[in-house]
Design a protein around this ligand. Structure first.
Ligand code: CA
Length: 223
C-alpha cells in the first residue's frame, strides 16, 4: 500500500523508507510540512507517518489542515520522548496513533497493520448534499444516483465548496485547493471551473457572492 512518510531527519527517514519498503509498501518520503500538505492535497495514501517537528509547516498544522478537509486518512504521529503535550495535541487534532522516538521498526509495522485494519471498517467519508453525493476516496460524484463526470480540477473545487457548505470561500482559497495539481493556475481558473460545474450540476448549486467569493449553501436535513 502507499504510505506518505513525513520526516526531516535524513537518517531516520531513510531507515523507515527502506524498512517499510521491505514489506512491499510504496513509500513517498517528504521532508517538510509544506511538501506533506501538497502531497496530501494531490494524492491519496493508505496511511501517513507524520513527524511533528518539521520545517515550513509543523506536523500539527499539516494534520489540522488534513482533518479540516474532511480527510480521514489514518495518521500515526512521531514525537520526541519528553513531548507529552505534543502527543496530546496530536491526538486531539485527529491523529489515530503515535509512537515515541526512538521506536522499534517491528512495533511501527504492527501499529500500521492495526490502523489500516481499523480504517477498513470505517464508514465511508462521502459528503452528501441533498441528491448530490461526493466520494473523496473514489473521486466520484453522483446526483440522484447518476454518475457525473468531472475533471480532477472540477472535482477539487467542488470538494472544497461542499466540505465548507454554508461558508463563502474566496477565489484565492479555491485556487489554493488546486495547487497540488502542479503547473500555473490562470487568474480566471476558478471562474472557469465554477462555470463548468454549474453546467453539470445546475446553475443554482454554486452561488456567487459578489466581491467575496463562492458559496454552496448548507444542505437542509431531510428525513
Ligand atoms: Ca523532526
Amino acid at each position: 500500500m502507499r504510505i506518505l512518510l513525513v520526516e526531516d531527519d535524513s537518517l531516520l527517514g531513510d531507515g523507515l523508507r527502506v524498512g517499510l519498503g521491505q514489506d512491499d509498501h510504496a513509500v513517498d518520503w517528504v521532508r517538510d510540512g509544506a511538501a506533506a500538505d501538497a502531497a496530501l492535497r494531490a494524492d491519496r495514501f493508505a496511511l501517513v507517518i507524520l513527524d511533528l517537528g518539521l520545517p515550513r509547516l509543523t506536523g500539527l498544522e499539516v494534520l489540522r489542515a488534513l482533518r479540516g478537509r474532511g480527510d480521514t486518512t489514518p495518521v500515526l504521529i512521531l514525537t520526541a520522548r519528553d513531548a507529552v503535550t505534543d502527543r496530546i495535541s496530536g491526538l486531539d487534532a485527529g491523529a489515530d496513533d503515535y509512537l515515541v522516538k526512538p521506536f522499534d521498526l517491528g512495533e511501527l509495522k504492527a501499529r500500521i497493520r492495526a490502523l489500516v485494519r481499523r480504517a477498513a471498517g470505517r464508514g465511508s467519508p462521502e459528503i452528501r448534499h441533498g441528491h448530490l453525493v461526493l466520494d473523496p476516496v473514489a473521486h466520484a460524484v453522483t446526483m440522484s444516483g447518476k454518475s457525473i463526470e468531472l475533471s480532477r480540477t472540477e472535482f477539487a473545487v467542488l470538494h472544497e465548496l461542499m466540505q465548507n457548505a454554508g461558508r463563502v470561500l474566496s477565489r484565492e482559497r479555491l485556487e489554493a485547493s488546486l495547487y497540488g495539481f502542479g503547473g500555473e493556475i490562470d487568474s480566471n481558473a476558478v471562474e472557469v471551473y465554477v462555470h463548468r460545474l454549474r453546467r453539470k450540476l445546475g446553475a443554482g448549486f454554486i452561488k456567487t457572492i459578489r466581491g467575496v467569493g463562492y458559496l454552496v449553501e448548507k444542505a437542509v436535513e431531510r428525513d
